[in-house]
Design a protein around this ligand. Structure first.
Ligand code: UD1
Length: 419
């Protein structure tokens, strides 16, 4: 079990190129299964969730190899329709293979997905979408068995679920006839998925708005695609500079996708400059509390940015109220931040952060991906050394957090086998 050792107190300074977005690349890798040809996916980050997706593709009979920053997938002749339990349980996004496997193979067999424990994460909307397209789903003790000829339909999902919308898109591309999917989910991963599906020859429109239309049954072919930059990774480095002080530039990310976060950082006292393809943040004085932050579906304040921003706001003046509207158990980082001297009170979906003048190093544990990144953010602004355990959570979404932060001047190292 490896740990991060973070020596806090060094201001950050420099520029970092943001890697491809986890939430884009995972559905895109599933979509590669639909095309009977070779797909080259550029800017494909080296993440454990990406490795799990590649392992699923190989198990299904596809060839998948890495070539530098790209991944090449050849789904000319998949042979299987089952996803092994151990791969399903590795990550939440494995459920995205439901639509892709059923669409390509005519049936699918998989168990319930794993992923971050953020409270109950039902898949009812994914199943409703597949059923709406004519998929027959049998829920067994061991998982799901799906079969059936897919037909286009007018789908209305009762919540703006990113994953269920993506699953519906993958299945609908393979269905006979047209589909309209109305869910209100407008996340950036959906837009990137649409671009990739269109590159494969599919006819998909409307991603980024609340209704997506798909003309199913169009023959697909291989294609290449570049994954968009990860806005949550960018947000993590911006909040790190807000916590530790200094000046950081992030490049390779669309600033418009982070405007809710940069507005809060500005209100907290940082100077933020956003331009196409880059965001710069300068922080020279302690942060101050900001107006209540309520997480919401895109384009609202991202739930994935809640923990890193909270970590930055722990040190400073004033108080900030967070309302977590997306997931029930998304405050598991709070107790760990309190070990470092933070003053945070949680009641249900609400967390109140009272800024303190200083944080101190402690031994803390990551319980989920963004909560883990938040502990690193807090540690960078704390006095003394922090040991962060549970790095496997962080490795799901950050290609090399310690490398990027070291390049910005942070004192952070990964120690193997400390536990
Ligand atoms: C995606 C992102 C995740 C982000 C989340 C919300 C990926 C790989 N992950 O997760 O980083 O935090 O969007 O922006 O893209 N829900 C149901 N039933 C379902 C599906 C979802 O009730 O069948 C609920 C969820 O519990 C949650 C809400 O809908 O409260 C939104 O979840 P969803 O958008 O589906 O999140 P994910 O796609 O899992």
């Amino acid at each position: 079990m490896s740990t991060y050792l973070v020596e806090g107190g060094s201001p950050l300074d420099g520029s970092v190129e943001i890697h491809g977005a986890k939430n884009s690349v995972l559905p895109i890798l599933a979509a590669a299964l639909l095309a009977p040809g070779e797909c080259v996916i550029h800017n494909c980050p080296r993440l454990s969730d990406v490795e799990a997706s590649l392992a699923i593709l190989r198990h299904l009979g596809c060839a998948a190899r890495r070539e530098g920053e790209a991944v090449v997938v050849d789904a000319s002749s998949p042979t299987r329709y089952d996803v092994p339990d151990e791969l399903m349980r590795e990550m939440r996004s494995s459920v995205i293979f439901l639509g892709a496997v059923l669409g390509r193979m005519g049936r699918a067999s998989l168990c319930a997905p794993g992923g971050c424990e953020l409270g109950p994460r039902p898949i009812d909307l994914h199943l409703a979408a597949i059923r709406g397209l004519g998929g027959r789903i049998t829920e067994t003790e061991n998982g799901l068995l799906c079969a059936g000829r897919l037909r286009g339909a007018d789908l209305v999902l009762s919540l703006p679920s990113v994953g269920a919308t993506e699953n519906a898109m993958l299945a609908a591309v393979c269905a006979d006839g047209g589909t309209s999917s109305s869910s209100g989910a407008r996340g950036r991963g959906i837009v990137d998925l649409q671009s990739f599906l269109c590159a494969l020859g599919a006819r998909v429109r409307g991603a980024g708005s609340s209704v997506i239309t798909i003309e199913g049954g169009v023959p697909l072919h291989g294609a290449s695609h570049t994954v968009m930059g990860d806005r949550i990774v960018a947000c993590t480095y911006l909040t790190a500079a807000a916590a530790a002080g200094g000046h950081v530039e992030v490049t390779g990310v669309d600033w418009r996708t982070l405007s809710t976060v940069t507005a809060v950082l500005t209100e907290a006292g940082c100077a933020v400059r956003s331009q196409p393809g880059r965001i710069e943040l300068t922080c020279r004085s302690p942060l101050r509390g900001v107006r209540p932050i309520r997480t919401a579906p895109y384009p609202g304040f991202p739930t994935d940015a809640q923990a890193p921003l909270m970590a930055a706001l722990c040190r400073g003046s004033g108080c900030t109220v967070f309302v977590e509207n997306m997931f029930e158990s998304r405050y598991r980082h709070v107790d760990e931040l309190c070990r470092m001297g933070a003053d945070i009170r949680v009641e249900g979906r609400v967390a109140v952060v009272y800024g303190v003048p200083r944080l101190h190093g402690a031994r803390v544990r990551a319980f989920d991906l963004r909560g883990g990144a938040a502990l690193v953010v807090a540690a960078l602004g704390a006095e003394g050394q922090t040991q962060v355990e549970g790095l496997h959570h962080i490795d799901r979404g950050y290609q090399c957090l310690e490398g990027d932060l070291s390049a910005l001047g942070a004192q952070i190292s990964r120690e193997a086998g400390k536990l």
